[in-house]
Write a protein that binds this ligand. Structure first.
Ligand code: NOJ
Length: 536
């Protein structure tokens, strides 16, 4: 049955598209230069016009903001910077009223060091929460227990004088890791999930899900022979003892059980792993994450051969019945426009929105925002502050404010925002691009509309036709519907022949100007162009 452009027998998160909102940077309504939930509420028309199905909201919980909300001091309340719990209730309601879902960010690996659980745990070796975090006695020389490092540089251990012990933090020292081998921690966090599910949220994106367990014997991580000086220090060692540990998938399954107490919910897991290891997080019986994030477009070269191989490898490794997903950008990585160039980013958008698998679209990518330019005195990202100057390492570049129009501060705020606007914001913004049929925003709207209108594009099968040189061609098929997508990942003209596309009609091209063209035996594709061909 098709309702609202969707087959009601297919879970919404398979046919739908997820849009990531970074709350610091979406819309400010209080005049403090920082976004807030009332701001999101005031911009829902943008999401409707864009045509996305779900919002994933990066953390809005009470937090000292050492890591911009990924250091949570209260999992069951909203930080006053962003509004109130009732603002969040209103957001859930308003999204639902528009047929959209809300996915919250769930941050289970660590809390803030100001969380009451940690304050109690750190107070003595005998308090009721003494074993809620990863505490360890010093090494014989009094130093840290082993060589584990922080993802943000430096050693991964911090000394607590009150306990005469060290605690482990995979990220900042202000983000102590919880002890997930303690059933009381598991139970408390399950209750956090239930708290939000009862309020009506539609699921969770689970932060660093592959980090939850660490080696119970605290063995050293081995050195990484491939480390190069332009890489963060943490890559000196391989995270063999601190990530992707035996047993972690059972914890994921535990989350899933709780989520399944409520109908129709979604669990996305954040993990940067090989396709093979990533696929393990679906669970053998699909009882793990619905969507373990696939970050390979962020991790691997944007080459036709690589992307073609990724599609096929993914399809080979997916457990039977599992559903793929693709990501082009997020708040932790350089912007796609800056990685690939403005013209090629349009081709990448065409891939993301015609690929088999749920796409996640990062706010600002739909208007072609490029990396921010952050003067040294405005750097906010703790990762960059701890290890300055590495290439694309400052995450502020992807976190600059959304650009809505050409009014002062791009309509984001009435004051200078917490991070600078991207130069050129007077023309790279929603209002200007909405009126321009050739803009990045219009391309996104058209791609999303096409995906929604055709099950071959949303839920259909995929077959790679060509992946060589700069040419990537693949077919999507469902029932009688068939599309061929042909992408030029380079800047030179390609002349080719794709027999499977012959006789089809171009319904969208990334550079524009080819709608309605019938494909013959030969297909010409300009540099940085891509076409969607309908063969229905
Ligand atoms: C992944 C998040 O996306 C990132 O922003 C954060 O710093 C780390 N997890 C730690 O929570």
């Amino acid at each position: 049955m098709i309702a609202n452009g969707r087959d009601a027998s297919v879970p919404w998160w398979r046919s739908g598209v997820v849009y990531q909102i970074y709350p610091w940077s979406f819309q400010d309504t209080t005049g403090d230069g920082v976004g807030d939930i009332p701001g999101i509420l005031s911009r829902l028309d943008h999401l409707v016009a864009l045509g996305v199905d779900a919002v994933w909201l990066s953390p809005v919980y009470v937090s000292p903001m050492a890591d911009f909300g990924y250091d949570v001091a209260d999992y069951c309340d909203v930080d006053p910077r962003f509004g109130t719990l009732s603002d969040l209730d209103r957001l859930i309601e308003a999204l639902h009223a528009r047929g959209m879902k809300l996915i919250l960010d769930f941050v289970p690996n660590h809390t803030s060091d100001r969380h009451p659980w940690f304050l109690e745990s750190a107070s003595s070796r005998t308090n009721p929460k003494a074993d809620w975090y990863i505490w360890h006695d010093p090494a014989p020389d009094g130093g840290p227990p082993n060589n584990w490092r922080s993802m943000f540089g430096g050693i991964g251990w911090e000394w607590s004088a009150a306990r005469g012990q060290w605690y482990y933090h995979a990220f900042l020292k202000e983000q102590p890791d919880l002890n997930w081998r303690n059933p009381a921690v598991v139970a408390a966090m399950h209750d956090v999930l239930r708290f939000w599910l009862k309020r009506g949220v539609d699921g969770f994106r689970v932060d660093v899900i592959w980090h939850l367990l660490k080696d119970p014997d605290f063995r050293d991580n081995p050195p990484n022979p491939d480390w190069t000086p332009d890489e963060p220090e943490v890559r000196h060692i391989l995270q063999i003892m601190t990530c992707d540990q035996p047993g972690v998938i059972d914890l994921v399954k535990g989350f899933r059980k709780v989520i399944d107490e409520f109908p129709d919910k979604l669990m996305i897991g954040e993990l940067y792993l090989t396709i093979e290891r990533m696929c393990a997080y679906y669970g053998e019986d699909l009882d793990g994450a619905h969507l373990p994030f696939n970050f390979h477009l962020l991790m691997d070269p944007w080459k036709a051969e690589t992307v073609g191989w990724l599609i096929e490898e993914y399809e080979r490794r997916l457990p039977p019945g599992a559903w793929p997903n693709w990501v082009l950008g997020n708040h932790d990585n350089a912007r796609v426009v800056s990685r690939l160039g403005a013209a090629q980013a349009r081709v990448a958008a065409m891939f993301l929105l015609t690929a088999r698998g749920t796409p996640t679209l990062f706010q600002g990518d739909e208007i072609g925002l490029s990396n921010g330019v952050i003067p040294p005195d405005r750097i906010r990202d703790p990762q960059e502050k701890n290890e300055p100057g590495l290439p694309d390492h400052n995450r502020d570049i992807a976190r600059t404010p959304m650009q809505w129009d050409a009014s002062p501060f791009a309509g984001f705020s009435t004051v200078e925002p917490w991070l600078p606007l991207v130069p050129g914001w007077e023309s790279v913004n929603v209002a200007v691009e909405a009126a321009d049929p050739a803009s990045m925003l219009t391309l996104h709207r058209r791609l999303l509309k096409l995906r929604r209108a055709h099950e071959a594009l949303s839920i259909g099968d995929v077959r790679v036709l060509v992946a060589a040189g700069d040419l990537l061609a693949f077919e999507r098929r469902h029932g009688d519907e068939r599309f061929v997508i042909v992408l030029n990942l380079g800047s030179d003209l390609i002349e080719t022949s794709i027999p499977e596309a012959s006789g089809g009609q171009i319904v969208l091209s990334s550079k524009g100007g080819r709608d309605g063209e019938i494909v013959g035996a030969r297909l010409m594709l300009a540099g940085d162009d891509g076409v969607v061909i309908s063969l229905a």
